[in-house]
Design a protein around this ligand. Structure first.
Ligand code: DQA
Length: 144
């Protein structure tokens, strides 16, 4: 089986972007950590885009292929109703979608306190660095 690990805008810059907030490991390090936890029977399909349309398209793909999703919507979290509607398509189809954040948005600026995604997500994990993704993998792929 496969798990989609989708990352929104600016997360391609992990490693050098605000290391005090996001740490100094990049997305390829995250891919390695997830693959190690997943083992041989689960394929980790980790992607990143700065493009809202592409992220929405990937969620449609998850619906069509019945693939569980770990989603870090990045700044889209706070204002993208289009992404929220796409996330709702996933969970309304009975497919798990876990919203994850590296940082704890509630401990940061006011505009980060609201997520338009959370109400349609299966659950939310935030504030644990890359462990947020590893915890999410535990729930979407319990055998991992
Ligand atoms: C983030 C938190 C968002 O507020 C921010 O815009 C990001 C990353 C996180 O993983 O902590 O880009 O989603």
């Amino acid at each position: 089986s496969r798990v989609l690990v989708l990352n929104g805008p600016n997360l391609g810059r992990l490693g050098s972007r605000e290391p005090d907030v996001y740490g100094n490991q990049d997305l390829s390090a995250l891919r390695t950590l997830l693959a190690a936890q997943a083992g041989a029977s689960i394929e980790i399909d980790l992607r990143q885009t700065d493009d809202e349309a592409e992220l929405i398209h990937w969620l449609h793909e998850a619906v069509d292929a019945t693939t569980p999703v770990i989603l870090n919507p990045a700044a889209f979290t706070h204002y993208s109703y289009a992404l929220r509607d796409a996330a709702a398509l996933v969970t309304k189809a009975g497919i798990p979608l876990v919203e994850v954040h590296i940082s704890n948005p509630h401990a940061r600026e006011e505009f980060r306190h609201n997520s338009v995604i959370s109400a349609v997500a299966t659950g939310v994990i935030a504030g644990f660095g890359f462990d947020s993704y590893l915890l999410a993998l535990r729930v979407v792929a319990p055998s991992a």
